[in-house]
Design a protein around this ligand. Structure first.
Ligand code: NAD
Length: 257
C-alpha cells in the first residue's frame, strides 16, 4: 500500500480523491491540505485538512510516496517544487497551465517523478486514440469539438479539449475558431471549438467529423468525479518508486504491469 498527500482537499476533486482512496487497498491518504484550512474544523472523509502553508513540513514528517494535486496552475507549480525539495513524486490533474508552466513541470521532472494529465478518465485515453485514427482516416472531413463542464469551471476550453486539438494537429494543420457569430461561414481548414458551462456536468467532450454525406461523432462523458480520482490514484501507485521523469497518463494506461 502506498501513502499519498492530497492538495486542494476540500475542492470537488480533492474530496473525490480522498473518498475514492478510502475504498481502495493499494493506497491510503497520509495527510491532506487546502489553502486556509483549519485542521480542527476541516476534514474530508475523516481525514483532517491542514493549511497548505504546512505542506513542506507534512511532506518531510509523513514521507508519502506521492502528492496528488487538483488545485490551480499557480499552486500546482508551488506544490511541485515542494515535492522536488522533499523528494516526493508529484501527480497533478490541475488544468489551465500555460506553455511556460509545462516547461517548469518538465524541469521538476528532472529531479522527481512528475505526472500530469488534463483528464484522468481511462475512456478519454481511448477517445484520444480513436480521434487520432478517425482524423487520419477521414482527411477531408470537417472537425468540430464541443465540450461541456459544470458552471464553476475556470479555464476554457478544458485541458482535455486542448489535448484533443493536439491530436488533430498531429494529423493536419488547422485554425481554431471559438464559436461563431453573425455572418461567419465555415472556412476550409477550421476546427470549431464550442464551450458550454452549465449545472454540475462532470465533463463531456464530443468530436464531430462530417463530410461525404456522413457524420461520425465520438463522445466521452464522465458520470462521476470518482472516474478522475481513480485514474489519479492509479497514477500515484504507478509513479511511486519510479525514476525521475515527466510522465503522462498514457504511460500508466500503456503499462499496466
Ligand atoms: P474546485 O474549485 O472544486 O477545487 C479547487 C481546490 O483547489 C480548492 O480546494 C481550492 O481551495 C484549491 N485552490 C485553487 N486555487 C488555489 C491556489 N491558488 N492556491 C491554493 N489552493 C488553491 O475545483 P475542482 O473541480 O476540484 O478542479 C480542480 C482542478 O482540477 C481544476 O484545474 C480542474 O480543471 C482540474 N480537473 C482535472 C481533472 C482531471 O482528470 N485531470 C478532472 C476534474 C478537474
Amino acid at each position: 500500500m502506498i501513502a499519498v498527500g492530497v492538495t486542494g482537499a476540500t475542492g470537488r476533486m480533492g474530496q473525490a480523491v480522498i473518498e475514492t482512496a478510502a475504498d481502495r487497498e493499494d493506497v491510503r491518504v497520509a495527510f491532506a491540505v487546502n489553502r486556509g484550512a483549519d485542521p480542527d474544523a476541516d476534514a474530508v472523509a475523516g481525514v483532517p485538512v491542514h493549511p497548505a502553508s504546512d505542506l513542506s513540513s507534512l511532506l518531510s514528517d509523513h514521507e508519502p510516496d506521492a502528492l496528488v494535486d487538483f488545485t490551480g496552475p499557480e499552486s500546482a507549480l508551488d506544490y511541485a517544487s515542494a515535492c522536488a525539495d522533499a523528494d516526493v513524486a508529484f501527480v497533478t490533474g490541475t488544468t489551465g497551465f500555460e506553455n511556460g508552466d509545462f516547461s517548469m513541470l518538465q524541469e521538476v521532472g528532472t529531479s522527481i517523478p512528475v505526472l500530469h494529465a488534463a483528464n484522468f478518465a481511462r475512456g478519454v485515453q481511448a477517445l484520444l486514440r480513436t480521434v487520432r485514427e478517425a482524423v487520419a482516416t477521414l482527411p477531408g472531413y470537417d472537425v468540430e469539438l464541443t465540450e461541456t463542464h459544470h458552471n464553476a469551471k475556470r479555464d476554457a476550453p478544458s485541458g482535455t479539449a486542448r489535448t484533443i486539438l493536439a491530436e488533430v494537429a498531429a494529423q493536419r494543420e488547422f485554425a481554431e475558431v471559438y464559436g461563431r457569430e453573425g455572418v461567419q461561414p465555415r472556412e476550409d481548414g477550421e476546427v470549431g471549438v464550442h464551450v458550454r458551462r452549465a449545472g454540475d456536468v462532470r465533463g463531456e467532450h464530443e468530436v464531430m467529423l462530417a463530410g461525404n454525406d456522413e457524420v461520425v461523432t465520438l463522445t466521452h462523458r464522465a458520470e462521476s468525479r470518482g472516474v478522475f480520482a481513480a485514474g489519479a490514484l492509479d497514477s500515484a501507485v504507478w509513479l511511486a518508486g519510479r525514476e525521475a521523469g515527466y510522465y503522462s497518463f498514457g504511460d500508466v494506461i500503456g503499462d499496466s504491469s
